[in-house]
Design a protein around this ligand. Structure first.
Ligand SMILES: C[S@@+](CC[C@H](N)C(=O)[O-])C[C@H]1O[C@@H](n2cnc3c(N)ncnc32)[C@H](O)[C@@H]1O
Ligand code: SF4
Length: 297
């Protein structure tokens, strides 16, 4: 699905290094930390890592769900939000993920976790699964969880998954309709509209990659974003004055880059306090969901 499993070069950070990384990020003003991977639940010390993170940040994690039921007791009290990836229904998901049984394991993980953690399905749209995006939304509604989409970026090693253009446009339009009809889609309407405007109508969004700090598996900061630098960086996070680096970096040339639609970069880029729908989707709905979840758990 993604190219990261092919990496052979890194030693994983130790727990001490993870904590050093968190301290540097916290001092630089970071408020949210998301663990992505690879597969974060493969770490034997994931419970301790999350405990350290939860003390400092709003903490989230993306998992393929395979180990979720088993690891739930270790992680559930130190997570604000959990994403479980589903890239299609049944066989489609298994084929994209390359391991049969992945769909059933992910679904089982979702059913185990949804009572304990505020969560969503995370789904990446590719040529192979775009016809199932609407079924995934219905599945999320039936499971009583949310769903968040992003369009696959053809990382250099995953080109074949770049979606066909007109079918992609129609899928995004249908998702906007479903969002407006009240289905539990987390993306803002502006997310889909910005991609349609840019990729089909030539009206660009302004990308602000400086709003997201990406750290690679060796503890290096990836700049300007992990699409352009293929998830590999040069500045060790705990040896860097992040604020100084941020102020001196030449971000300007990336404002007009509309190359990817990764939600972790595009959604923050679109946020503005002057857009009521954004304030509702990104702030008010999330506070309501947080309060609801705190009350039931
Ligand atoms: C790289 S995965 C790692 C986390 C976890 N192992 C999982 O399977 O979700 C994190 C997110 O990136 C998404 N992703 C995978 N391949 C992608 C691609 N080619 N383009 C965009 N997103 C992708 C996944 O669907 C998932 O939501
Ligand atoms: S559009 Fe994507 S690739 Fe381009 S700068 Fe923004 S995050 Fe990076």
């Amino acid at each position: 699905m993604c190219p990261f499993w092919r990496r052979e070069d890194e030693d994983l950070l130790t727990l001490d290094q993870e904590v050093k990384m968190m301290e540097s990020l916290r001092k630089a003003g970071v408020l949210f930390l998301g663990f992505e991977g690879g597969e974060p639940l493969l770490r034997n010390d994931i419970g301790q890592i999350l405990e350290e993170s939860y003390r400092r940040f709003h903490t989230s994690l993306v998992s393929n769900g395979w180990l979720l039921r088993k690891k739930l007791p270790e992680i559930k009290d130190n997570l604000d939000f959990l994403f479980v990836s589903l890239d299609g229904i049944g066989k489609t998901h298994d084929t994209l993920r390359g391991v049969s049984g992945s769909y059933d394991r992910a679904l089982d993980g979702i059913k185990a976790a949804r009572e304990h953690i505020d969560m969503a399905i995370s789904s990446t749209i590719t040529r192979e699964n775009m016809d199932q995006a609407m079924d995934l939304v219905t599945l999320a509604r039936d499971l009583k969880v949310k769903i968040n989409f992003q369009i696959a970026y053809d990382y250099s090693t995953a080109e074949k998954e770049s979606p066909e253009s007109q079918a992609l446009r129609s899928t995004m339009e249908k998702l906007v309709e479903m969002k407006k009809a009240g289905y539990p889609i987390m993306n803002t309407v502006e997310y889909f509209q910005s991609v349609i405007n840019s990729w089909y109508n030539g009206i660009s969004w302004q990308c602000k990659p400086w709003l997201t700090i990406n750290v690679d598996p060796t503890g290096n900061i990836v700049m300007p974003c992990y699409v352009i630098n293929e998830y590999s960086g040069t500045y060790k996070v705990w040896d860097t004055d992040i604020n100084k680096l941020w102020d001196s970096y030449g971000w300007g040339e990336y404002e007009s880059c509309n190359k990817c639609a990764l939600a972790c970069y595009l959604e923050p880029s679109l946020f503005s306090w002057s857009k009521p729908s954004q304030v509702k989707s990104r702030i008010i709905d999330n506070i309501a969901s947080y309060l609801h979840h705190t009350q039931i758990s």
